[in-house]
Design a protein around this ligand. Structure first.
Ligand SMILES: [Zn+2]
Length: 291
């Protein structure tokens, strides 16, 4: 009878206990939570994903911590939004000295312009989110070809969910009376949502939260709310609620709730994932704008 030598059995046991592939998980850093969620959906258990700007954080005005340079230095792939969103990134890259590949996840998306600036909030249209996801799929596959098939299958499953989400948003907007499809949000984060789904957004702050609204901006918004009979104003999870509360009290528009614009929430919040975020926003909008 053929007996297997002892060492062969023990090697087999070691291999079963700690599969070699576990050590090959792709190390990916995403600049902010929404991108982090896209990468987790595509990477599944074949990627370790770290996010720099934490949930409920404001990516426009982020100040990288020293630990972030280490995270970027250790990463094989860094996923960013681009379109001017991460103004703090060049200094961080310099500090990290890392050699990570960089994916600009908005690659291939035609940016909306506000004045001469690109509007960075492209993820607010679900059709654009699908472009982010295919870019991420391709970048993960290039960085880790051995797992390309897993990334392809994960991306395909997630893209199917995003198609359903896009239909859900269109059906929800269709139920709002056309004359009431107008809202005020704190900063100009919903341009892509507005263009894709036909709800008009007006904001006292521009596409970034970096500057404060002037007294003239606020007076202009107040006049606009009154003349256009805008039914509701919305808060955002990343900005100070006091400005919008003041605008609401001076116009009689009601505060329709909080919209998630540039950041997911923690696990226990209303938007721990991108799909949760879009669903929350559309539910908040439809209930505030119902006749
Ligand atoms: Zn923003």
């Amino acid at each position: 009878m053929l007996r297997r030598p002892f060492w062969l059995i023990s090697l087999a046991l070691i291999a079963a206990a700690c599969p070699a592939r576990a050590q090959e998980r792709l190390n990916v850093v995403a600049s902010f939570s929404i991108l982090g969620d896209f990468v987790k959906n595509v990477g599944g258990d074949r990627a370790d994903v770290t996010t720099l700007v934490r949930p409920d954080g404001d990516v426009h005005v982020y100040t990288p911590a020293p630990a972030d340079a280490k995270k970027v230095a250790d990463a094989k792939l860094l996923v960013i939004n681009g379109l001017g969103l991460e103004g703090w990134l060049p200094r961080l890259l310099q500090a990290s000295g890392g050699k990570a590949l960089i994916l600009v996840a908005t690659k291939g998306i035609a940016p909306l312009k506000i004045g001469s600036d690109a509007d960075p909030h492209a993820w607010q249209s679900v059709a654009n989110a699908k472009i982010y996801v295919t870019n991420i799929r391709d970048a993960l596959s290039a960085a880790d070809p051995a797992d390309a098939e897993v990334f392809r299958a994960n991306a395909q499953a997630y893209l199917t969910q995003l198609d359903a989400l896009d239909r859900e948003v269109r059906e929800a907007v269709a139920r709002i009376a056309p004359a009431r499809r107008k809202v005020i949000s704190t900063h100009d984060a919903f341009g892509y949502f507005a263009a894709a789904y036909g709800i008009e957004f007006i904001a006292p702050l521009g596409v970034s939260t970096e500057s404060e609204a002037s007294a003239r901006d606020i007076a202009g918004i107040i006049t606009q709310i009154k003349t256009a009979k805008i039914p509701a104003v919305f808060l955002e999870n990343i900005t100070d609620p006091r400005l919008m509360q003041r605008i609401a009290s001076e116009t009689g528009a009601r505060v329709g709730g909080t919209l998630y614009s540039d950041s997911l929430t923690g696990e226990k919040g209303g938007a721990p994932t991108y799909i949760d975020m879009v669903r929350h926003n559309i539910k908040t909008l439809t209930s505030a704008l119902a006749d």
